[in-house]
Design a protein around this ligand. Structure first.
Ligand code: HEC
Ligand code: HEC
Length: 183
C-alpha cells in the first residue's frame, strides 16, 4: 500500500464510523425535537409535531404550501404564520445536521416525499419484519404508519430507541441489577 492509499483508507473508515453512529441499533436515533412554539402548536394539533430532521427541506416546503389539502384535511394557516413555520422547518430539515443527513440516503433527488413513511430509510427500518403490518398497527393502537408515538414513546423529543417489547425479552435476558436474572 502506498502512503496515499493508506490515508484514503483511513479517511474512508473514519467517514464510515461517523455515518454509522446515528442509527446504531443499541441506542437508536436521537435528533433535535421541534424548538419553535408555532410549529409545536400548529403542527402538533392532529398528530405529533414531527422533528424537522426527519424530512428534507423541499418536503417541508411542499407540505406547508399544500396545507389547504393536507392528506384530505384542511390545515391552512394565514400566510405570515405559514411562512414562519416553513422557514423553521426548512432551516432544521434533514440537510441541516450531520446526524440527520443520513435520512437522505437512497432518496431520489427528483422526489419530494410528503410523508416520512415514504422515505427510503423509514421503509427500510419498518417494512421488513412486518413492523408496521396492519395487525401490528392495531395492536399498538397506531392510527396510521406515521403515528410514531404509538411505538416510539419519545418520538416528539426526537428519540427513536427500540421499544421495550414485553415479548422480545430484550430486558429479560439481563436483570436491571446487572446480575443476569432470568424470568
Ligand atoms: C407500529 C409501530 C411503529 C410505528 C408506528 C413507527 N415505528 Fe419506528 N420502529 C418500530 C420498530 C419495531 C423498530 C425497530 C426497533 C429497533 O430495531 O431498534 C423501529 C425503528 C425505528 C427507527 C430506527 C431506530 C434504531 O434503533 O435504529 C427509527 C429512526 C424509527 N423507527 C422512526 C420512526 C418514525 C419517525 C415513525 C413515524 C413517522 C415511526 N418510526 C413509526 C416500530 C414503529
Ligand atoms: C387538521 C389536522 C392537521 C394539522 C393541523 C396538521 N396535520 Fe399533518 N397530517 C394530518 C393528517 C390527517 C395526516 C395523514 C394521516 C393519515 O395518513 O392517516 C397528516 C400527516 C402528516 C405528515 C405525514 C406523516 C407520515 O409520514 O405519514 C406530515 C409530515 C405532516 N402531517 C406534517 C404536518 C405539518 C408540518 C403541520 C403543520 C404545518 C401539520 N402536519 C398539521 C392532519 C393534520
Amino acid at each position: 500500500m502506498t502512503a496515499k492509499t493508506i490515508l484514503a483508507t483511513g479517511a474512508a473508515l473514519a467517514c464510515a464510523l461517523l455515518v454509522a453512529a446515528p442509527l446504531r441499533a443499541d441506542e437508536g436515533l436521537q435528533i433535535p425535537p421541534v424548538g419553535n412554539a408555532a410549529v409545536k402548536t400548529e403542527c402538533g394539533a392532529c398528530h405529533i409535531a414531527y422533528p424537522p430532521g426527519l424530512l428534507p427541506a423541499r418536503s417541508w416546503s411542499a407540505i406547508v404550501k399544500g396545507l389547504s389539502d393536507h392528506f384530505g384535511d384542511n390545515a391552512e394557516l394565514d400566510a405570515a404564520l405559514a411562512r414562519q413555520i416553513e422557514d423553521y422547518l426548512v432551516a432544521n430539515a434533514a440537510e441541516s445536521g450531520w446526524e440527520t443527513r443520513r435520512m437522505l440516503r437512497r432518496l431520489d433527488a427528483g422526489k419530494t416525499p410528503l410523508r416520512i413513511t415514504e422515505m427510503p430509510w423509514w421503509t427500510r427500518k419498518h417494512e421488513r419484519k412486518d413492523r408496521v403490518a396492519p395487525e401490528t398497527l392495531a395492536r399498538k393502537k397506531a392510527k396510521f404508519k406515521g403515528d410514531c408515538k404509538a411505538c416510539h414513546q419519545d418520538a416528539e423529543r426526537g428519540l427513536f430507541e427500540e421499544e421495550e417489547d414485553e415479548h422480545a425479552g430484550r430486558f429479560g435476558r439481563f436483570g436491571s441489577d446487572g446480575r443476569g436474572h432470568r424470568h
